[in-house]
Structures are given as C-alpha cells and as structure tokens.
Design a protein around this ligand. Structure first.
Ligand code: ACO
Length: 150
C-alpha cells in the first residue's frame, strides 16, 4: 500500500503553511496566503473540536512540500439516533502529481477515518468533471447542491 518514493501521508501540521498548503488549495478556489498567526489560529480552532476536523496531507519529502490534501468534517445529527455524517472537503492534488492515485489514497484514508469514527455516510460536493473520479472512489450521485453567497 505504498504511496511511492519520497511521499508520506500524515495529519496536517501547525506549520504546513510553510510547505505550500495554501498554494495547493489554490487549485480549488481562492486561497490567499494567511499570516502565520492566522494559520495557527485556524489550526488551533480545529484542534479544539476533537472528533470534528480531520485534515490529512501527502508530503513530498525531498522538497518538503505538500502535494495532496483533504479533510473530513464530522457532523453529529439529531436524526438517525444521533448518527454521524462525514463531509469530505477541500481535496486537492498538485497538478504535477495528478493521475498517480494520490487523490484516491486521500479519499480512502478519509473514508477510513469516517468509518472508524462511526459515520453512517460520507457526502461531498463536486463539479461535473470530477464525477468520474468520485465514482472510482465508490461514491454515487444523489441530490443537488444549492448555494447562496453572503
Ligand atoms: N475524469 C475521469 N477520471 C478521473 C478524473 C477525471 N477528472 N480524475 C481522476 N480520474 C480517475 C483516474 O483515471 C483513476 O482511475 P483508474 O483507477 O481507473 O486509473 C482514478 O480516478 C483515481 O485517480 P487519482 O490518480 O487518484 O486522481 P488524482 O490524484 O489526479 O486526484 C483530483 C483527482 C483530486 C480530482 C485531482 O485531479 C485534483 O486535485 N483536481 C483539482 C482540484 C479538484 O477538483 N479537487 C476536487 C474538488 S471536490 C472536493 O474537494 C470535495
């Protein structure tokens, strides 16, 4: 189950802004640099909600740069007897590393976290273009996304 030479998968670290975390996320959406304090405040907020936020990254060790990342956010419901839903968010693989199964590795790992924590389902929003990728990861299409920007 190797990732390939020079790559390690680990939880996000408090100083991963120095390893290009925001550059990586900028392939998804606007991800302007944050000050070190702002970054570590967000990291600390996630840490203060144990069993809610889980972010994992794949690091290219020789360049000490993040090449993939993803998160699962766990939501405790009143329905389903207090069931847990896992929301998969912010999946990104660096352009130069796409097509090497890092994306599927990230999703499988997040799914394993959701399963271990007791989620009864995992959901995510994606573009039409990404549907084949998520189907390969075992997801199926259901419902529609609505948004209202504030
Ligand atoms: N269309 C068709 N098939 C695809 C696509 C695609 N767009 N992307 C991946 N696949 C297939 C691969 O061919 C592979 O199939 P195989 O197992 O038969 O060979 C399988 O899906 C797994 O592919 P990976 O190599 O693991 O995919 P990759 O590492 O390139 O990651 C990802 C895919 C995450 C979509 C990446 O291309 C990326 O970061 N894109 C830009 C950012 C983005 O769109 N992120 C997802 C946003 S949605 C969200 O965050 C919830």
């Amino acid at each position: 189950d190797s990732l390939g030479q020079d790559l390690i998968l680990r939880p996000l670290a408090s100083d991963d802004h120095t390893r290009g975390h925001l550059d990586l996320l900028s392939i998804l959406t606007a991800a302007p640099q944050l000050s070190p304090t702002a970054y570590s405040d967000i990291f600390a907020h996630h840490k203060s909600c144990p069993s809610t936020y889980f972010t994992i990254v794949i690091v290219h060790e020789s360049t000490d740069t993040l090449v993939a990342c993803g998160s699962i956010v766990l939501e405790r419901k009143f329905v389903r007897g207090g069931g847990l839903i896992g929301h998969i968010e912010d999946i990104a693989v660096a352009k130069s590393m796409q097509g090497r199964k890092l994306g599927i590795k990230i999703i499988n790992t997040l799914e394993a976290i959701g399963r271990a924590k007791g989620c009864y389902k995992i959901i995510l929003d994606c573009s039409k273009d990404n549907i084949p990728f998520y189907e390969k990861c075992g997801f199926k299409h259901k419902e529609y996304q609505m948004v209202r920007y504030l």
